[in-house]
Ligand binder design. Structure first.
Ligand code: LLP
Length: 404
């Protein structure tokens, strides 16, 4: 994604052309970027060849899932709906792991029927439920147990999951007790220890601490785990200067952990695979000038991209046509929704904008479309995947008629 003749382009397709042809807002993804991300992810960890289960919650578009599968990934799913999408995309069931604190009987039963690789359980009650289902189906179910390593991921509090006060996983003590219980169960095969301490982690230290806890817990539980599922959480850089996770360093820590444990590593990356592959193309509806700032009112809103309203996160905004004339004004980019949190970014140094101009909201491939809603009865945007100069509509714009 870059400017070709000052016109923002996704591979060889101009954003301006897409906006004209399909209207706005548009979620647009680059295949090339997706492929590069997966190849580089694999390369960083090639010394131990992990199983990469793409975290479907970060982007649930079936056509993207199909591409991700073709590039060699499995899936990390958290609901029957996500499982059905992964299956529709052709993901091999032996590469699917099921996470989540509240899987229902229906969801467990469906997953057991499909013989997926692992159900990563998060409580004793869930194990008891699985035993009941397994007994009725005369099956032995492969599970992992999620450990809560009580490690601060040093990320946005709202997306931290590995501290003891969080609802996720089991504390060391309960983990060991549940491991003992399952090892003696007729219907369960304990194959995995899983963790996931949070998302958008840019510091290696939390992962290093987490590995130490895992090492200790495995030794204490005295069980041979075929898999260690380290979850996802790899942070990406949302702004030019911001930090991102050092994969090489993480890979070295894991290799040293593996010297003592002969297990296959599973990763569940979402954001690091899909985050920077997508942009949101929007049009300026109005510009409302006030004394202190100009409100740039866009045709995309918090329902299309929730992250700024939900976590206070900043996504870079850039113009579709680069003019380079600074506005010298404070611009506040907002959506049309009746909420004060419907605000994307405040910028002090943007180029001069006028009504009907197009802009790009960057790095929205992860938790963009998947967190979107129909709030204010707004139809969801079209999704487009660009491969070179080829434009693939991977999801049609929702029709108003279907909402009413
Ligand atoms: N595995 C588990 C068990 C998870 O809960 C998650 C994300 C992942 C893997 C993938 O994490 P990733 O590699 O994408 O960081 N909506 C928030 C992020 C919430 C993440 C929830 N769990 C956001 O937009 O920042």
């Amino acid at each position: 994604m870059k400017y070709l003749n000052k016109s923002f382009s996704i591979e060889r397709v101009k954003a301006k052309y897409l906006a004209k042809k399909f209207g706005t807002p548009i979620y647009c993804y680059s295949y090339e970027k997706l492929k590069t991300n997966i190849i580089s992810f694999k390369n960083n960890f090639k010394s131990f060849n992990p199983l990469i289960c793409f975290s479907v919650k970060s982007n649930t578009n079936v056509n993207l899932l199909r591409e991700i599968k073709k590039l060699g990934c499995g899936a990390d799913i958290v609901s029957i709906g996500e499982l059905m999408k992964a299956l529709k995309a052709g993901v091999n069931t032996k590469k699917i792991v099921f996470s989540g604190v509240g899987k229902t009987t229906k969801e467990l039963s469906y997953a057991i029927n499909k013989n997926i690789l692992l159900i990563n359980v998060e409580s004793k009650s869930e194990v008891v439920e699985i035993e009941k289902i397994a007994k009725s189906k005369k099956k032995i179910v492969n599970i992992g147990i999620r450990l809560n390593p009580n490690t601060d991921a040093k990320t946005i509090n709202k997306i931290s999951t590995g501290k003891k006060e969080d609802k996720f996983g089991l504390t060391e003590k309960s983990f060991i007790a549940l491991a003992k219980y399952t090892i003696n169960s007729k219907y369960i095969n304990l194959k995995c220890l899983s963790v996931h301490i949070g998302s958008q982690i840019v510091n290696n230290l939390p992962y290093e601490k987490m590995l130490k806890v895992i090492d200790r817990v495995i030794k204490k539980s005295n069980h041979k785990f075929e898999f260690v599922d380290l979850g996802g959480g790899f942070g990406i850089s949302y702004h030019n200067k911001s930090k991102k996770l050092n994969f090489k360093k993480y890979s070295i820590s894991i290799s040293s952990f593996l010297k003592n444990h002969n297990s296959k590593i599973i990763f569940e990356p979402g954001r690091s695979i899909i985050g920077n592959t997508g942009v949101l193309i929007s049009k300026i509806i109005y510009i409302k000038k006030t004394k202190s700032k100009d409100f740039i009112i866009l045709d995309s809103a918090m329902n299309d991209l929730m992250r700024p309203a939900l976590y206070g996160s900043n996504h870079k905004i850039i113009p579709v046509i680069k003019k380079g004339v600074s506005s010298k004004k404070i611009y506040e980019f907002v959506g049309p929704i009746c909420e004060s949190t419907d605000k994307f970014l405040t910028s002090k140094n943007f180029q001069k904008l006028k009504e009907k101009d197009l802009i790009i909201i960057c790095d929205v491939g992860a938790y963009g479309m998947s967190l979107s809603s129909n709030y204010n009865v707004r139809p969801s945007p079209i999704e487009i995947l660009v491969k070179g100069s080829k434009i693939n509509i991977i999801k049609k714009r929702q029709k108003l008629i279907d909402l009413i």
